[in-house]
Write a protein that binds this ligand. Structure first.
Ligand SMILES: Cc1cc2nc3c(=O)[nH]c(=O)nc-3n(C[C@H](O)[C@H](O)[C@H](O)COP(=O)(O)OP(=O)(O)OC[C@H]3O[C@@H](n4cnc5c(N)ncnc54)[C@H](O)[C@@H]3O)c2cc1C
Length: 405
């Protein structure tokens, strides 16, 4: 029986302190500038790479931390620094997790290092699932992958949207449908190697928050891929499609869902980093801002707001750590605990950052103080990696056993 501990070990504390130093010294001071520029902060990614924070080794080490909390601790600290820069640094891991979850050992060994590049030549990767007509409903993907037996090649056509690092990535992982009649069960994931003809960036989106993270459409126009770019290999795909055609359900999870499952608590931890940052700014401000002859925190109305903020942040972290520990120790997610953690952490970040703006009064509404940026950044956490409504749907189905719609 594995035990559950809330006491980070010396290795985890060392990682936390190391990342906190980077977040405080490098990320936070640069946050406002890159938010205004709305560009990928390449110099900061490069600095993270030089320190070993942006590297396959670092993420693999945290990913395989037996307690499960390595990744959430790292995410919380980095996003405490800034969410836009944080996502620019960790966006690659979504594609890396897709390869880890669905690829063969050989594919992992080939593609994962290319996603990060080297400290002297950093690269990023993109995971492309969402489409204009397939957001929450991933079974509706239209991007088509057709196999050509004579050349052992796959030909991909379609348009992806909302791809983090889309078009600027060295390696793109693309989810496409092989047999549209099978819905989500007819889909597969493909690696598109650097420089592949036919892949181009479409529109780059101008966003409300996380503006240092690049988000764009990705157009796939007769993209030809060698057979070995199909994650998991053709034999495994053929077996899976045959089972689906016979109506045999070995596992209800498709390629895209498997990726989302693995990454949800980590996304929750990012939201906690934003919430904690805003809470700390608000706490300091409430202690020093004097109105009616006393610090505003002397008013119960303000102090209770801060008490609730801290309570919700800690509750969210407990849910995230529990889900991360469950994933690492292969516990069944009988109540969709991963979705629960992302739902609660995302909503907490939106709520806490809104309270922080209120506590800062007029200053909270300006770009002179960071909480308005934190509030804008937090808004994505009820949208991407499954909206809050979709998390509730997943939880409701898990706890009721009913096909709630
Ligand atoms: C900044 C950003 C970065 C992103 N990065 C990536 C990425 O790297 N890769 C990628 O593949 N995707 C990415 N996404 C896409 C993201 O995952 C989708 O936006 C999200 O899944 C929602 O899809 P949608 O925008 O099409 O909204 P829709 O699915 O159209 O939803 C619209 C509204 O309807 C609600 N809704 C839909 N269905 C139901 C239902 N059954 N019950 C109740 N309510 C429902 C939703 O909750 C939402 O409120 C990103 C998005 C953004 C904005």
């Amino acid at each position: 029986m594995s035990t559950f501990s809330l006491d980070p070990g010396p290795d985890q504390i060392a990682v936390r302190d190391w990342l906190h130093g980077f977040a405080a010294d490098v990320v936070r001071p640069a946050a406002a500038e890159w938010d205004e520029r709305e560009e990928t902060p390449w110099p900061i990614i490069q600095e993270a790479a030089k320190l070993g924070i942006y590297s396959l080794d670092f993420y693999a080490q945290q990913y395989f931390d037996p307690s499960g909390v390595g990744i959430p601790i790292a995410m919380e600290e980095l996003f405490w620094g800034d969410a836009g820069i944080g996502l620019a640094i960790v966006g690659t891991t979504l594609a890396a997790v897709a390869v880890l979850a669905n690829g063969t050992d050989e594919q992992i060994g080939t593609w994962a290092p290319q996603m990060f590049g080297t400290p002297d030549d950093v690269k990023v990767a993109a995971f492309c699932s969402s489409e204009p007509d397939a957001g929450s409903d991933v079974s509706a993907l239209r991007t088509r992958a057709v196999y050509e037996e004579a050349t052992d090649e796959w030909v991909l056509n379609g348009t992806k949207t909302w791809a983090t690092n889309g078009g600027i990535a060295a390696v793109h992982v693309v989810v496409a449908t092989v047999d549209p009649a099978l819905g989500a069960r007819g889909q597969a994931s493909f690696v598109v190697p650097p420089g592949t003809p036919g892949l181009s960036q479409g529109q780059k989106f101008k966003k409300h928050g996380i503006r240092a993270s690049h988000t764009a459409e990705v157009v796939l126009d007769s993209v030809r891929l060698p057979g070995h770019c199909l994650l998991g290999g053709k034999e495994k795909l053929d077996e899976r499609l045959a089972r689906a055609r016979e109506g045999v359900r070995k596992s209800g999870r498709n390629a895209a869902m498997a990726t989302f499952e693995a990454s949800r608590p980590a996304v929750g931890a990012q939201a906690i980093g934003i919430a904690r940052a805003a809470y700390e700014v608000a706490l300091d401000y409430a202690k020093t801002r004097v109105q009616f002859g006393r610090p505003i925190i002397d008013n119960q109305g303000v102090a209770f707001q801060l008490a609730d903020m801290k309570t919700r942040i800690d509750a969210a972290r407990l849910l995230v750590w529990r889900a991360s520990w469950m994933a690492a120790t292969n516990q069944p997610f009988t109540s969709a605990e991963g979705s629960m953690s992302k739902l609660y952490a995302g909503e907490t970040a939106k709520w806490v950052t809104a309270q922080a703006m209120q506590i800062l009064g007029g200053n909270g509404f300006t770009r002179e103080y960071p909480v308005e940026r934190m509030h804008r950044d937090s808004a994505i956490y009820s949208i991407f990696e499954g909206t809050s409504e979709i998390q509730r749907l997943v939880i409701a189905r898990a706890v009721s056993g009913l096909p709630i719609r």
